[in-house]
Design a protein around this ligand. Sequence first.
Ligand code: MTE
Length: 313
Amino acid sequence: MLIRKPDSIASSEITPERVYVSRRHFARSLALGAGGALALSSGMSRASLTDRELDNSLELTPEGIITSYNNFYEFGTGKDDPKKYAHEMTIDPWQVKVTGAVAKPGTYDIEELLDGIAVEERIYRLRCVEAWSMVVPWMGFSLKALLDRLQPLGKAKYVEFHTLHRPSEMRGQRSFFSGIDWPYVEGLRLDEAYHPLATMAVGLYGKPLPNQNGAPWRLVVPWKYGFKSVKSIVEIRLTERQPKTTWNLLQPSEYGFYANVNPAVDHPRWSQAMERRLPSTLFSPNRVPTLPFNGYAEEVAGLYAGMDLRRHY
Ligand code: MTE
């Protein structure tokens, strides 16, 4: 993954966060409208938010940064490319193929898959392997709710996700410089996928997901490096074998399949002990220590009991 030069986000781009913070005290949620468009409605569930998650370490990153400082190589390798070009991607209609070891394979409209699933606000840290991080108020639901609907067969051990491959609308896929064998693929072990923190996000800051953040839906795995959180998903495949994932294929010595956030295991080219929590600029740096499993060790460490996390990075 490329390391970009230090970010310099103009303060004019930053949405006054206190406006949102005060607004989110009101009940709200995302629901599917009749036409399939995501719309705001009342009755948000905050069941997933613990007191700990609402403490000061989770001060929200301003919306203007979350939606303008992105990694989405399908639109270019610059942090500002996704915001500039992702509007070229058509997200309606959006079909999703469900394949592999599953009782309900088929091609579905996203509305069918989302129908009846309750969406709630989930505030999680996002830690990129490049050593920057954000705190994002996602709108989403547990991946488990979706998997239960698709019914993985007993022999399924992993779940694999594919991003849209549409070079006509994704200029990064037309470029010879990315080196990526499209589509972007990520995956989880099935027990990881069933963990309540593994989230399918359809929005952020109480609004539908912007294209640059992975519209119309994406994965969010808060205890893993951000590259596991694959965007704009069009295929979900249940497999018996560990998926061949994009960054692992590209640089196996640098990006593992597990990619659990781990301050004790450095990337071969830089330390993972600290992170730049955005907003953080050259003149006003905001460096914070990186936490094991990105601060979610209490919840997820048990998934890796007995595993050598240096070997399975
Ligand atoms: N998904 C796709 N399809 N393509 C990408 O390039 N980048 C990943 C992940 N998902 C990426 C992707 C990386 S490296 C990170 S850190 C997060 O998306 C960034 O998510 P954000 O731009 O919403 O902050």
